[in-house]
Design a protein around this ligand. Structure first.
Ligand SMILES: [Fe+2]
Length: 188
C-alpha cells in the first residue's frame, strides 16, 4: 500500500528529500549530441570529464506518477551550451511538466510531425510538454539550472531518435546571448 508523503525540494540545489534514486550524466556521454564533438574532447582535455547534469528522483514503487529534479551545470561547448540528451517518451501518450526553480535556460521541443517550439526556463515558469514532443533542456546561464519534472511513472525514455537524428533546433550563443537556430546536422 502506498502512503502519502511530503517531499522537500530545494530549488537552489535541487536536493530532493527523501529521494529514491539519483544518477549523474558526464559530459563525455553527451559528446556525439554536439554539432562538433571534437569541441567536447577539447573541453574534457582542459577541464576533465565534468558532470553535465544530475537527476534526483522520487519514484515510489507501485505509484502511477513520479517527480524529481534535474540539476544542470553551466558550461559552453563551442557556440553551444551544456544540454540534456533529449528524448521522446517510450509510452507515446505520456506528457510531462518541467517547473523551473532557479537559473536560466531554454526548453527545446519538436513534434513527430516536425513542428518546433521552445519555452524559456526561468524561475516560476512551468512548462507543459504534451505527448509526442521530443524535449531537451539547455542551460544558457552562468549558474546551475534547476527544474522539477513530473510525469507518469511509466512514461519511459526513447533516446534513440534524438541520438540518431538530433534535435531540429539548437540553442547557440550569438552576440553574447542565446539564440535558437535550425540544427544544420538534423537528419530528416
Ligand atoms: Fe521526458
Amino acid at each position: 500500500m502506498l502512503f502519502p508523503e511530503g517531499v522537500t525540494i530545494d530549488g537552489l540545489t535541487g536536493a530532493v528529500t527523501p529521494a529514491t534514486g539519483r544518477y549523474v550524466k558526464k559530459l563525455s556521454a553527451l559528446r556525439d549530441l554536439y554539432e562538433r564533438p571534437e569541441q567536447v574532447d577539447a573541453y574534457i582535455a582542459a577541464h576533465g570529464d565534468v558532470d553535465a547534469y544530475d537527476v534526483i528522483e522520487y519514484r515510489p514503487d507501485g505509484s502511477d506518477i513520479c517527480f524529481g529534479t534535474t540539476i544542470m551545470y553551466p558550461g559552453r561547448i563551442g557556440r553551444e551550451y551544456f544540454l540534456t540528451r533529449g528524448h521522446f517518451h517510450a509510452k507515446t501518450d505520456r506528457g510531462e511538466i518541467y517547473y523551473t526553480q532557479s537559473g536560466e535556460g531554454v526548453l527545446l521541443l519538436h513534434s513527430r510531425s516536425g513542428e518546433t517550439r521552445s519555452v524559456a526556463m526561468t524561475p516560476g515558469v512551468c512548462a507543459f510538454i504534451p505527448p509526442e514532443w521530443a524535449h531537451r533542456s539547455v542551460n544558457t546561464g552562468p549558474e546551475k539550472l534547476v527544474f522539477v519534472w513530473m510525469c507518469g511513472i511509466d512514461a519511459g525514455h526513447d533516446y534513440g531518435e534524438v541520438a540518431t537524428r538530433g534535435m531540429r533546433d539548437l540553442v547557440v550563443e550569438q552576440d553574447g546571448r542565446p539564440a535558437i537556430v535550425a540544427n544544420p546536422k538534423y537528419r530528416v
